[in-house]
Design a protein around this ligand. Structure first.
Ligand SMILES: NC(=O)c1ccc[n+]([C@@H]2O[C@H](COP(=O)([O-])OP(=O)(O)OC[C@H]3O[C@@H](n4cnc5c(N)ncnc54)[C@H](OP(=O)(O)O)[C@@H]3O)[C@@H](O)[C@H]2O)c1
Length: 524
Protein backbone atom coordinates (compact mmCIF):
# COMPACT_ATOMS: atom_id res chain seq x y z
CA UNK A 1 0.00 0.00 0.00
CA UNK A 2 2.75 2.39 1.07
CA UNK A 3 4.92 1.36 -1.86
CA UNK A 4 2.03 1.97 -4.24
CA UNK A 5 1.43 5.37 -2.66
CA UNK A 6 5.09 6.30 -3.19
CA UNK A 7 5.08 5.00 -6.76
CA UNK A 8 1.97 7.01 -7.61
CA UNK A 9 3.49 10.20 -6.27
CA UNK A 10 7.17 9.92 -7.15
CA UNK A 11 7.58 7.00 -9.55
CA UNK A 12 11.06 5.58 -9.04
CA UNK A 13 12.62 9.00 -8.44
CA UNK A 14 14.77 9.71 -5.44
CA UNK A 15 13.60 12.56 -3.25
CA UNK A 16 15.94 15.53 -2.71
CA UNK A 17 15.51 18.50 -0.40
CA UNK A 18 17.78 21.43 -1.25
CA UNK A 19 17.83 24.83 0.40
CA UNK A 20 18.46 27.98 -1.65
CA UNK A 21 17.24 26.56 -4.99
CA UNK A 22 16.35 30.04 -6.27
CA UNK A 23 19.85 31.40 -6.91
CA UNK A 24 23.49 30.65 -7.77
CA UNK A 25 24.77 27.21 -6.82
CA UNK A 26 21.43 25.86 -5.59
CA UNK A 27 19.68 26.92 -8.76
CA UNK A 28 22.25 25.19 -11.01
CA UNK A 29 22.30 22.07 -8.84
CA UNK A 30 18.52 21.83 -8.95
CA UNK A 31 18.60 22.19 -12.74
CA UNK A 32 21.17 19.35 -12.99
CA UNK A 33 19.15 17.09 -10.67
CA UNK A 34 16.01 17.65 -12.72
CA UNK A 35 17.84 17.19 -16.05
CA UNK A 36 19.06 13.76 -14.92
CA UNK A 37 15.42 12.63 -14.71
CA UNK A 38 16.21 10.62 -11.58
CA UNK A 39 15.10 12.98 -8.85
CA UNK A 40 12.10 14.76 -7.45
CA UNK A 41 13.40 17.98 -5.93
CA UNK A 42 11.88 19.98 -3.11
CA UNK A 43 13.34 23.49 -3.19
CA UNK A 44 13.36 25.20 0.22
CA UNK A 45 13.21 28.91 -0.59
CA UNK A 46 12.39 32.11 1.26
CA UNK A 47 10.77 33.77 -1.76
CA UNK A 48 8.28 31.61 -3.67
CA UNK A 49 7.59 34.28 -6.32
CA UNK A 50 11.27 34.55 -7.16
CA UNK A 51 11.50 30.76 -7.28
CA UNK A 52 8.58 30.57 -9.67
CA UNK A 53 10.20 33.06 -12.02
CA UNK A 54 13.57 31.27 -11.88
CA UNK A 55 11.95 27.87 -12.46
CA UNK A 56 10.19 29.25 -15.51
CA UNK A 57 13.32 30.90 -16.89
CA UNK A 58 15.37 27.73 -16.42
CA UNK A 59 12.63 25.42 -17.70
CA UNK A 60 12.44 23.27 -14.54
CA UNK A 61 10.29 20.14 -15.00
CA UNK A 62 7.51 21.21 -12.66
CA UNK A 63 6.08 17.70 -12.29
CA UNK A 64 9.33 16.83 -10.54
CA UNK A 65 9.98 20.10 -8.74
CA UNK A 66 8.13 21.29 -5.64
CA UNK A 67 9.05 24.70 -4.21
CA UNK A 68 8.19 25.23 -0.56
CA UNK A 69 8.52 28.26 1.65
CA UNK A 70 11.35 28.18 4.19
CA UNK A 71 12.78 31.27 5.86
CA UNK A 72 16.03 30.14 7.44
CA UNK A 73 16.05 33.25 9.60
CA UNK A 74 13.29 31.74 11.74
CA UNK A 75 13.24 28.39 13.54
CA UNK A 76 9.44 28.36 13.41
CA UNK A 77 9.57 28.66 9.65
CA UNK A 78 12.12 25.82 9.45
CA UNK A 79 9.90 23.60 11.61
CA UNK A 80 6.84 24.44 9.53
CA UNK A 81 8.76 23.67 6.34
CA UNK A 82 9.82 20.28 7.72
CA UNK A 83 6.23 19.47 8.64
CA UNK A 84 5.06 20.57 5.19
CA UNK A 85 7.63 18.28 3.58
CA UNK A 86 6.56 15.34 5.75
CA UNK A 87 2.91 15.92 4.88
CA UNK A 88 3.71 16.25 1.18
CA UNK A 89 5.95 13.21 0.75
CA UNK A 90 3.94 10.93 3.06
CA UNK A 91 5.75 7.58 3.44
CA UNK A 92 8.40 8.29 0.82
CA UNK A 93 11.73 8.79 2.59
CA UNK A 94 14.01 11.70 1.82
CA UNK A 95 17.08 10.41 -0.02
CA UNK A 96 19.19 13.58 -0.12
CA UNK A 97 19.33 16.70 2.01
CA UNK A 98 21.52 19.46 0.60
CA UNK A 99 22.26 22.30 3.02
CA UNK A 100 23.18 24.95 0.47
CA UNK A 101 21.51 28.27 1.22
CA UNK A 102 23.68 30.93 2.76
CA UNK A 103 24.38 34.60 3.20
CA UNK A 104 27.67 36.45 3.14
CA UNK A 105 27.51 39.96 4.59
CA UNK A 106 31.08 41.12 5.10
CA UNK A 107 30.22 44.82 4.95
CA UNK A 108 27.83 44.78 7.91
CA UNK A 109 29.25 47.12 10.58
CA UNK A 110 26.97 45.59 13.24
CA UNK A 111 25.16 42.29 13.64
CA UNK A 112 21.66 41.73 12.32
CA UNK A 113 19.33 39.53 14.33
CA UNK A 114 17.08 36.68 13.28
CA UNK A 115 13.45 36.23 14.31
CA UNK A 116 14.82 34.20 17.23
CA UNK A 117 17.29 36.86 18.35
CA UNK A 118 20.43 35.18 16.98
CA UNK A 119 23.06 36.69 14.70
CA UNK A 120 21.53 36.00 11.31
CA UNK A 121 24.52 34.76 9.27
CA UNK A 122 25.06 31.98 11.79
CA UNK A 123 21.37 31.15 12.02
CA UNK A 124 20.76 31.09 8.25
CA UNK A 125 23.93 29.26 7.28
CA UNK A 126 24.34 26.84 10.17
CA UNK A 127 21.78 26.75 12.99
CA UNK A 128 18.69 26.41 10.80
CA UNK A 129 20.29 23.65 8.73
CA UNK A 130 21.25 21.93 11.99
CA UNK A 131 17.61 22.04 13.09
CA UNK A 132 16.44 20.78 9.70
CA UNK A 133 18.80 17.80 9.85
CA UNK A 134 17.45 16.82 13.27
CA UNK A 135 13.91 16.93 11.84
CA UNK A 136 14.70 14.71 8.85
CA UNK A 137 17.33 12.35 10.27
CA UNK A 138 15.02 9.54 11.34
CA UNK A 139 13.01 9.66 8.14
CA UNK A 140 16.15 9.42 6.04
CA UNK A 141 17.19 6.14 7.68
CA UNK A 142 14.44 4.52 5.57
CA UNK A 143 16.18 5.46 2.33
CA UNK A 144 18.49 2.92 0.67
CA UNK A 145 21.24 5.48 -0.01
CA UNK A 146 20.66 8.53 2.20
CA UNK A 147 23.06 11.45 2.02
CA UNK A 148 23.29 14.78 3.84
CA UNK A 149 25.66 17.33 2.34
CA UNK A 150 26.81 20.65 3.72
CA UNK A 151 28.06 23.29 1.33
CA UNK A 152 31.28 24.33 3.02
CA UNK A 153 34.01 26.70 2.00
CA UNK A 154 37.76 27.14 1.94
CA UNK A 155 37.14 30.14 4.15
CA UNK A 156 36.04 27.83 6.95
CA UNK A 157 39.03 25.55 6.43
CA UNK A 158 42.07 27.42 7.65
CA UNK A 159 44.66 25.03 6.18
CA UNK A 160 44.22 26.80 2.83
CA UNK A 161 45.38 30.17 1.55
CA UNK A 162 41.75 31.29 1.22
CA UNK A 163 40.88 30.19 4.75
CA UNK A 164 44.05 30.69 6.73
CA UNK A 165 45.78 33.58 5.00
CA UNK A 166 43.18 36.31 5.00
CA UNK A 167 41.94 38.01 8.17
CA UNK A 168 39.53 37.33 9.85
CA UNK A 169 40.13 33.63 10.31
CA UNK A 170 37.40 31.14 11.16
CA UNK A 171 37.85 30.29 14.82
CA UNK A 172 35.28 29.20 17.37
CA UNK A 173 37.73 29.39 20.30
CA UNK A 174 35.93 27.73 23.26
CA UNK A 175 32.46 28.43 21.86
CA UNK A 176 31.68 30.73 24.79
CA UNK A 177 29.12 32.69 22.74
CA UNK A 178 27.18 29.53 21.91
CA UNK A 179 27.53 28.21 25.42
CA UNK A 180 25.91 31.38 26.76
CA UNK A 181 22.87 30.93 24.48
CA UNK A 182 24.04 33.04 21.49
CA UNK A 183 21.30 35.63 21.86
CA UNK A 184 21.40 39.37 21.22
CA UNK A 185 23.78 41.01 22.21
CA UNK A 186 26.02 37.90 21.82
CA UNK A 187 26.74 37.87 18.10
CA UNK A 188 29.71 35.56 17.63
CA UNK A 189 30.17 31.88 18.39
CA UNK A 190 33.28 32.64 20.43
CA UNK A 191 31.54 35.45 22.33
CA UNK A 192 33.87 38.24 21.13
CA UNK A 193 33.34 41.23 18.85
CA UNK A 194 31.36 41.11 15.61
CA UNK A 195 32.92 41.00 12.15
CA UNK A 196 30.53 40.10 9.30
CA UNK A 197 33.15 38.18 7.31
CA UNK A 198 34.12 36.17 10.38
CA UNK A 199 30.49 35.32 11.11
CA UNK A 200 30.34 33.80 7.60
CA UNK A 201 33.62 31.89 7.96
CA UNK A 202 32.64 30.63 11.42
CA UNK A 203 29.29 29.44 10.10
CA UNK A 204 31.07 27.45 7.36
CA UNK A 205 33.47 25.99 9.92
CA UNK A 206 30.46 24.94 12.02
CA UNK A 207 28.82 23.25 9.02
CA UNK A 208 31.98 21.36 8.11
CA UNK A 209 32.62 20.29 11.71
CA UNK A 210 29.04 19.16 11.97
CA UNK A 211 29.41 16.87 8.95
CA UNK A 212 32.19 15.11 10.90
CA UNK A 213 30.31 15.03 14.20
CA UNK A 214 27.16 13.64 12.58
CA UNK A 215 29.29 11.11 10.74
CA UNK A 216 30.80 9.99 14.06
CA UNK A 217 27.48 9.99 15.91
CA UNK A 218 25.06 8.66 13.35
CA UNK A 219 26.65 7.18 10.24
CA UNK A 220 26.88 3.63 11.55
CA UNK A 221 23.50 3.83 13.25
CA UNK A 222 21.62 5.26 10.29
CA UNK A 223 23.59 4.49 7.13
CA UNK A 224 23.37 8.17 6.22
CA UNK A 225 26.47 9.51 4.46
CA UNK A 226 27.40 12.91 5.91
CA UNK A 227 29.73 15.04 3.86
CA UNK A 228 30.77 18.59 3.15
CA UNK A 229 32.06 20.07 -0.10
CA UNK A 230 33.72 23.13 -1.51
CA UNK A 231 32.38 23.95 -4.95
CA UNK A 232 35.25 26.30 -5.89
CA UNK A 233 35.09 30.07 -5.97
CA UNK A 234 31.92 31.00 -7.84
CA UNK A 235 33.15 34.54 -8.12
CA UNK A 236 30.20 35.70 -10.26
CA UNK A 237 27.52 34.38 -7.93
CA UNK A 238 25.04 36.74 -6.28
CA UNK A 239 26.59 35.68 -2.96
CA UNK A 240 28.90 38.64 -3.34
CA UNK A 241 26.04 41.07 -3.91
CA UNK A 242 26.96 43.02 -0.78
CA UNK A 243 30.52 43.62 -1.90
CA UNK A 244 31.35 47.01 -3.44
CA UNK A 245 30.93 47.44 -7.20
CA UNK A 246 34.65 47.41 -7.99
CA UNK A 247 35.04 44.12 -6.08
CA UNK A 248 32.20 42.51 -7.98
CA UNK A 249 33.78 43.59 -11.26
CA UNK A 250 37.38 42.57 -10.57
CA UNK A 251 37.03 39.60 -8.20
CA UNK A 252 35.90 37.19 -10.95
CA UNK A 253 38.75 38.37 -13.19
CA UNK A 254 41.24 37.94 -10.38
CA UNK A 255 40.00 34.44 -9.64
CA UNK A 256 39.93 33.51 -13.34
CA UNK A 257 43.24 34.81 -14.55
CA UNK A 258 45.47 35.17 -11.50
CA UNK A 259 44.65 32.48 -8.97
CA UNK A 260 42.82 30.18 -11.34
CA UNK A 261 40.39 29.54 -8.48
CA UNK A 262 37.35 30.56 -10.50
CA UNK A 263 34.55 28.17 -11.21
CA UNK A 264 31.48 29.02 -13.22
CA UNK A 265 28.00 28.63 -11.68
CA UNK A 266 27.14 25.88 -14.13
CA UNK A 267 30.18 23.77 -13.25
CA UNK A 268 29.79 24.42 -9.53
CA UNK A 269 26.19 23.21 -9.86
CA UNK A 270 27.42 20.01 -11.50
CA UNK A 271 29.78 19.45 -8.57
CA UNK A 272 27.08 19.70 -5.96
CA UNK A 273 24.91 17.52 -8.18
CA UNK A 274 27.77 14.99 -8.27
CA UNK A 275 27.89 14.76 -4.48
CA UNK A 276 24.20 13.87 -4.55
CA UNK A 277 24.40 11.54 -7.53
CA UNK A 278 27.79 9.84 -7.92
CA UNK A 279 27.94 6.40 -6.22
CA UNK A 280 31.43 7.32 -4.98
CA UNK A 281 29.88 10.09 -2.93
CA UNK A 282 27.89 7.69 -0.79
CA UNK A 283 31.04 7.66 1.34
CA UNK A 284 30.55 9.34 4.70
CA UNK A 285 32.80 11.74 6.65
CA UNK A 286 34.37 13.25 3.54
CA UNK A 287 35.03 16.86 2.49
CA UNK A 288 34.78 16.77 -1.29
CA UNK A 289 36.96 18.91 -3.54
CA UNK A 290 37.81 19.00 -7.21
CA UNK A 291 41.24 18.65 -8.64
CA UNK A 292 43.95 20.00 -6.43
CA UNK A 293 44.74 23.07 -4.42
CA UNK A 294 45.65 26.54 -5.59
CA UNK A 295 48.22 26.66 -8.34
CA UNK A 296 50.30 29.51 -9.58
CA UNK A 297 51.32 30.53 -13.08
CA UNK A 298 48.03 29.59 -14.70
CA UNK A 299 47.68 32.96 -16.45
CA UNK A 300 48.31 31.94 -20.07
CA UNK A 301 46.26 28.75 -19.89
CA UNK A 302 43.49 30.66 -18.17
CA UNK A 303 43.50 33.31 -20.87
CA UNK A 304 43.28 30.70 -23.63
CA UNK A 305 40.32 29.00 -21.95
CA UNK A 306 38.57 32.12 -20.77
CA UNK A 307 39.26 31.23 -17.16
CA UNK A 308 37.60 27.79 -17.40
CA UNK A 309 40.68 25.81 -16.50
CA UNK A 310 40.99 22.48 -14.80
CA UNK A 311 42.85 21.73 -11.64
CA UNK A 312 43.21 25.10 -10.07
CA UNK A 313 42.35 26.85 -6.86
CA UNK A 314 40.28 23.93 -5.65
CA UNK A 315 38.26 24.80 -8.73
CA UNK A 316 38.47 23.56 -12.31
CA UNK A 317 38.30 19.87 -13.14
CA UNK A 318 35.26 17.89 -14.03
CA UNK A 319 33.50 14.76 -12.85
CA UNK A 320 36.58 12.59 -12.52
CA UNK A 321 38.73 15.13 -10.75
CA UNK A 322 36.72 14.77 -7.56
CA UNK A 323 38.82 13.91 -4.53
CA UNK A 324 38.68 13.69 -0.75
CA UNK A 325 39.95 17.08 0.30
CA UNK A 326 42.09 17.72 3.38
CA UNK A 327 40.36 19.16 6.42
CA UNK A 328 41.95 21.57 8.83
CA UNK A 329 42.69 20.72 12.45
CA UNK A 330 39.80 22.97 13.49
CA UNK A 331 37.32 21.15 11.28
CA UNK A 332 38.60 17.83 12.63
CA UNK A 333 38.46 18.90 16.29
CA UNK A 334 36.01 16.26 17.49
CA UNK A 335 35.97 17.38 21.11
CA UNK A 336 34.95 20.90 20.21
CA UNK A 337 32.64 19.42 17.57
CA UNK A 338 30.68 17.52 20.21
CA UNK A 339 30.37 20.67 22.30
CA UNK A 340 29.15 22.45 19.20
CA UNK A 341 26.54 19.74 18.70
CA UNK A 342 25.32 20.15 22.28
CA UNK A 343 25.20 23.96 22.24
CA UNK A 344 23.52 24.06 18.83
CA UNK A 345 20.96 21.57 20.15
CA UNK A 346 20.27 23.85 23.12
CA UNK A 347 20.06 26.98 20.98
CA UNK A 348 17.77 25.53 18.31
CA UNK A 349 15.75 23.23 20.57
CA UNK A 350 16.51 20.42 18.12
CA UNK A 351 15.26 17.01 19.20
CA UNK A 352 17.43 14.15 18.04
CA UNK A 353 15.73 10.80 17.60
CA UNK A 354 16.64 7.92 19.87
CA UNK A 355 17.61 5.46 17.21
CA UNK A 356 17.14 1.72 17.62
CA UNK A 357 20.41 -0.11 17.51
CA UNK A 358 19.15 -3.68 17.54
CA UNK A 359 16.52 -4.72 15.04
CA UNK A 360 15.33 -8.19 14.25
CA UNK A 361 12.90 -9.35 11.58
CA UNK A 362 12.04 -12.43 13.71
CA UNK A 363 8.69 -11.89 15.52
CA UNK A 364 9.59 -14.21 18.42
CA UNK A 365 12.80 -12.36 19.04
CA UNK A 366 10.87 -9.12 18.90
CA UNK A 367 8.57 -10.32 21.69
CA UNK A 368 11.49 -11.57 23.77
CA UNK A 369 13.27 -8.32 23.07
CA UNK A 370 10.28 -6.31 24.28
CA UNK A 371 10.03 -8.34 27.51
CA UNK A 372 13.73 -8.21 28.26
CA UNK A 373 13.71 -4.49 27.46
CA UNK A 374 11.07 -3.96 30.16
CA UNK A 375 13.00 -6.06 32.65
CA UNK A 376 16.21 -4.25 31.85
CA UNK A 377 14.50 -0.89 32.31
CA UNK A 378 13.04 -2.02 35.65
CA UNK A 379 16.37 -3.31 36.93
CA UNK A 380 18.11 -0.19 35.74
CA UNK A 381 15.57 2.05 37.50
CA UNK A 382 16.22 0.06 40.67
CA UNK A 383 19.97 0.55 40.26
CA UNK A 384 19.49 4.25 39.59
CA UNK A 385 17.78 4.85 42.95
CA UNK A 386 21.27 5.30 44.34
CA UNK A 387 23.66 7.90 43.05
CA UNK A 388 26.69 7.88 45.29
CA UNK A 389 28.85 10.94 44.98
CA UNK A 390 26.00 13.15 43.71
CA UNK A 391 23.59 15.54 45.42
CA UNK A 392 19.85 15.22 44.82
CA UNK A 393 20.03 17.91 42.10
CA UNK A 394 22.61 15.89 40.14
CA UNK A 395 25.63 18.01 41.02
CA UNK A 396 28.66 16.10 42.23
CA UNK A 397 29.25 16.17 45.99
CA UNK A 398 32.39 18.06 46.82
CA UNK A 399 34.13 15.79 49.28
CA UNK A 400 36.36 17.03 52.04
CA UNK A 401 38.85 14.53 53.46
CA UNK A 402 36.73 14.18 56.58
CA UNK A 403 33.59 13.45 54.54
CA UNK A 404 35.47 10.96 52.39
CA UNK A 405 36.70 9.12 55.49
CA UNK A 406 33.16 9.06 56.85
CA UNK A 407 31.79 7.66 53.58
CA UNK A 408 34.48 5.00 53.42
CA UNK A 409 33.80 4.05 57.02
CA UNK A 410 30.04 3.85 56.31
CA UNK A 411 30.69 1.67 53.29
CA UNK A 412 33.05 -0.55 55.21
CA UNK A 413 30.62 -0.92 58.09
CA UNK A 414 27.88 -1.72 55.55
CA UNK A 415 30.13 -4.35 54.00
CA UNK A 416 31.10 -5.84 57.34
CA UNK A 417 27.52 -5.87 58.54
CA UNK A 418 26.62 -7.61 55.25
CA UNK A 419 29.38 -10.12 55.86
CA UNK A 420 28.31 -10.55 59.45
CA UNK A 421 24.73 -11.14 58.40
CA UNK A 422 26.02 -13.66 55.84
CA UNK A 423 27.90 -15.42 58.61
CA UNK A 424 24.85 -15.36 60.82
CA UNK A 425 22.77 -16.85 58.00
CA UNK A 426 25.32 -19.63 57.49
CA UNK A 427 25.44 -20.17 61.21
CA UNK A 428 21.63 -20.36 61.34
CA UNK A 429 21.65 -22.80 58.42
CA UNK A 430 24.10 -25.02 60.26
CA UNK A 431 21.92 -25.01 63.36
CA UNK A 432 18.73 -25.73 61.42
CA UNK A 433 20.02 -28.24 58.89
CA UNK A 434 22.88 -29.75 60.73
CA UNK A 435 26.30 -30.41 59.29
CA UNK A 436 26.72 -30.93 55.57
CA UNK A 437 27.08 -34.64 54.83
CA UNK A 438 30.59 -35.82 53.94
CA UNK A 439 29.44 -36.94 50.43
CA UNK A 440 28.21 -33.48 49.65
CA UNK A 441 31.49 -31.93 50.65
CA UNK A 442 33.48 -34.44 48.61
CA UNK A 443 31.05 -34.68 45.70
CA UNK A 444 32.03 -33.72 42.19
CA UNK A 445 30.09 -30.47 42.35
CA UNK A 446 32.24 -29.30 45.20
CA UNK A 447 35.39 -30.11 43.28
CA UNK A 448 34.26 -28.37 40.18
CA UNK A 449 32.86 -25.26 41.83
CA UNK A 450 35.20 -22.39 41.22
CA UNK A 451 36.14 -20.54 44.32
CA UNK A 452 34.93 -16.96 44.04
CA UNK A 453 36.63 -13.93 45.41
CA UNK A 454 33.63 -13.31 47.67
CA UNK A 455 33.94 -16.81 49.13
CA UNK A 456 37.56 -16.09 49.82
CA UNK A 457 36.81 -12.78 51.46
CA UNK A 458 34.08 -14.10 53.75
CA UNK A 459 36.16 -17.17 54.53
CA UNK A 460 39.05 -14.99 55.40
CA UNK A 461 36.93 -12.61 57.41
CA UNK A 462 35.89 -15.65 59.40
CA UNK A 463 39.52 -16.70 59.56
CA UNK A 464 40.34 -13.35 61.08
CA UNK A 465 37.61 -13.88 63.63
CA UNK A 466 38.95 -17.40 64.34
CA UNK A 467 42.71 -17.21 64.14
CA UNK A 468 43.17 -20.90 64.87
CA UNK A 469 41.31 -21.86 61.65
CA UNK A 470 43.28 -19.33 59.62
CA UNK A 471 46.44 -21.00 60.78
CA UNK A 472 45.23 -24.39 59.71
CA UNK A 473 44.19 -23.05 56.31
CA UNK A 474 47.72 -21.83 55.57
CA UNK A 475 46.59 -19.14 53.18
CA UNK A 476 48.43 -18.44 49.97
CA UNK A 477 50.15 -15.10 49.37
CA UNK A 478 47.04 -13.89 47.66
CA UNK A 479 44.91 -14.79 50.66
CA UNK A 480 47.30 -13.06 53.02
CA UNK A 481 46.69 -9.83 51.14
CA UNK A 482 42.96 -10.29 51.53
CA UNK A 483 43.29 -11.14 55.18
CA UNK A 484 45.27 -8.00 55.65
CA UNK A 485 42.58 -6.01 53.87
CA UNK A 486 39.93 -7.69 55.98
CA UNK A 487 41.89 -6.81 59.07
CA UNK A 488 42.02 -3.20 57.99
CA UNK A 489 38.30 -3.25 57.35
CA UNK A 490 37.59 -4.69 60.77
CA UNK A 491 39.81 -2.19 62.46
CA UNK A 492 38.40 0.75 60.54
CA UNK A 493 34.84 -0.27 61.22
CA UNK A 494 35.43 -1.03 64.82
CA UNK A 495 33.82 -4.44 64.49
CA UNK A 496 35.65 -7.12 66.39
CA UNK A 497 35.46 -10.80 66.87
CA UNK A 498 33.73 -10.31 70.19
CA UNK A 499 30.95 -8.24 68.50
CA UNK A 500 30.22 -10.90 65.89
CA UNK A 501 30.20 -13.58 68.55
CA UNK A 502 27.80 -11.50 70.60
CA UNK A 503 25.47 -11.10 67.62
CA UNK A 504 25.57 -14.85 66.94
CA UNK A 505 24.88 -15.69 70.54
CA UNK A 506 21.99 -13.24 70.71
CA UNK A 507 20.37 -14.67 67.59
CA UNK A 508 21.01 -18.17 68.79
CA UNK A 509 19.27 -17.40 72.07
CA UNK A 510 16.26 -15.75 70.48
CA UNK A 511 15.71 -18.06 67.52
CA UNK A 512 16.90 -21.43 68.61
CA UNK A 513 16.41 -21.68 72.33
CA UNK A 514 12.62 -21.33 71.91
CA UNK A 515 12.52 -23.90 69.08
CA UNK A 516 14.84 -26.23 71.02
CA UNK A 517 12.52 -25.92 74.01
CA UNK A 518 9.56 -26.84 71.76
CA UNK A 519 11.53 -29.76 70.30
CA UNK A 520 12.36 -31.10 73.71
CA UNK A 521 8.70 -30.72 74.75
CA UNK A 522 7.64 -32.67 71.64
CA UNK A 523 10.27 -35.32 72.35
CA UNK A 524 9.06 -35.53 75.87
N1 LIG B 1 29.95 31.83 -4.32
C1 LIG B 1 31.02 31.22 -3.89
O1 LIG B 1 32.13 31.48 -4.35
C2 LIG B 1 30.91 30.18 -2.86
C3 LIG B 1 32.06 29.50 -2.48
C4 LIG B 1 31.94 28.51 -1.49
C5 LIG B 1 30.74 28.23 -0.95
N2 LIG B 1 29.63 28.92 -1.34
C6 LIG B 1 28.38 28.57 -0.67
O2 LIG B 1 27.44 28.19 -1.65
C7 LIG B 1 26.14 28.40 -1.15
C8 LIG B 1 25.31 29.08 -2.19
O3 LIG B 1 25.88 30.33 -2.45
P1 LIG B 1 25.72 31.06 -3.83
O4 LIG B 1 27.06 31.43 -4.28
O5 LIG B 1 24.86 30.26 -4.71
O6 LIG B 1 24.98 32.39 -3.34
P2 LIG B 1 23.54 32.96 -3.71
O7 LIG B 1 23.38 32.97 -5.17
O8 LIG B 1 23.42 34.21 -2.98
O9 LIG B 1 22.54 31.87 -3.12
C9 LIG B 1 22.21 31.82 -1.78
C10 LIG B 1 20.87 31.15 -1.63
O10 LIG B 1 20.52 31.15 -0.25
C11 LIG B 1 19.22 31.66 -0.13
N3 LIG B 1 19.00 32.30 1.17
C12 LIG B 1 19.67 33.35 1.67
N4 LIG B 1 19.12 33.72 2.84
C13 LIG B 1 18.09 32.91 3.07
C14 LIG B 1 17.13 32.81 4.10
N5 LIG B 1 17.09 33.64 5.15
N6 LIG B 1 16.20 31.84 4.04
C15 LIG B 1 16.19 31.01 2.99
N7 LIG B 1 17.05 31.05 1.97
C16 LIG B 1 18.00 32.01 2.01
C17 LIG B 1 19.09 32.65 -1.24
O11 LIG B 1 17.72 32.93 -1.47
P3 LIG B 1 17.29 34.09 -2.52
O12 LIG B 1 17.39 33.45 -3.85
O13 LIG B 1 15.90 34.39 -2.10
O14 LIG B 1 18.26 35.21 -2.36
C18 LIG B 1 19.78 31.91 -2.35
O15 LIG B 1 18.89 31.01 -2.96
C19 LIG B 1 26.31 29.22 0.13
O16 LIG B 1 26.18 28.36 1.24
C20 LIG B 1 27.73 29.72 0.04
O17 LIG B 1 28.29 29.91 1.30
C21 LIG B 1 29.70 29.87 -2.30
Amino acid sequence: MREQEQKDQFGDKKLVVITGASSGLGRKTTAALLRSGQYHVIGAVRDLDKMEAVAELDGFAMDRFTPMQCELNSFDSVRKFCNDVKAFKKSKPIDRLICNAGVYQPSLPYPKWSADGHEQTMQINFLSHFLMISEFLEDMTKSSDPRITMVGSVTGNDNTVGGGGVYPIADLKELDGFKAGFKNPISMADGYGFIGAKAYKDSKLCLMMMANVLHAKYHKLTGIAFSSMYPGCIAESPLFREKRAWFRKYFPLFMKYITGGFVGEEEAGLRLFQVAHDPRCSKSGVYWGWNGGPREGRGSEALEKDGQISGSGGAGGGWDSIFENDQSGKVLDVELGFKLFQYATDITGAEWPKLKVVTSPCPTLKVIGAISKQMIEKEELQRMKERPGFNADGTPIKLTTAKKTKLVAQKVVGGVVGNTLGRVARFANKRLLGKLPEEALKGSFMDEKAETKEDKVSELVEAKAKPEIAEEAKPSDNKITVVEEAAVIFDAAGVYKSDTQLIEEAISRQVFSSSEKKDSQVAA
